[in-house]
Design a protein around this ligand. Sequence first.
Ligand SMILES: [Zn+2]
Length: 264
Amino acid sequence: MTENIIKKIKEADLVLVGIGEQLDLGGLVEKEEPYQRGDVKLRESGGAWMLPYLKKIMLEKAGSGRLGLYHSLAQCLNEKNYFVVSLCRDGLLGKSGLDEKRIVEPCGGYVRLQCSKKCCTELFPVPEGLLEQIRGFAEAGYKGDQPIEPLCPKCGSALEFNNVDAADYLEEGYLEGWMRYKKWLQGTVNKRLCVLELGVGMKYPTVVRWPFEKIVFFNQKAELFRVHDKLYQVAEEIGDRAHGICQKPEEFLMELCQIMEGRC
Ligand SMILES: [Zn+2]
């Protein structure tokens, strides 16, 4: 099947890829022992605000294997006119060799900070040195002087990462990318479009899963490949232009990687 999908990608005029929550490394990191320990310690010491930073630090360590797989995806899409919509917040796609102008991440990530009270639409960088301080604090067993929590320069409320976990998520963070995506979609009408969904479940179905089905339903030249180990079912109305593939998305990427390497 993977061979067939690569063939379809190569034949298509345009390729639309959806990366789902199943591939988000954040969930894996949260289950790891160092994060769990940090979770307990930071909550005990009143430093729970540091948890998302701890996750960011751990994501940077955990991502190298996955990055190799995304490299192959990038290699496969390289010469195509593509767009990627990702529900992941681990920030790995941006480092994979894919064109950042062809990626949108509507769930945000761990790069920029927003005001927790949303007093303004401005996004702020992580203060210099803060990650190192938090790393040091964690390595010292969460003892000693606590780093200082960054605050909104406008209203003094806490700052938090600009992602869906924010109490009041500032969607401006991804709007520019979303506009580019919408514009790109307009150009898919009546074109041979290959749609690939990897690990997209039902967490945010209105962002990828349902709209992708709709796109394929209306474009008679479009074909959908949905890779998921449980929720691989496809809408009947699309008929034989939609294919549900019961497979873990990581496994699909590994196969893709092997095939792409074999070609080099
Ligand atoms: Zn504010």
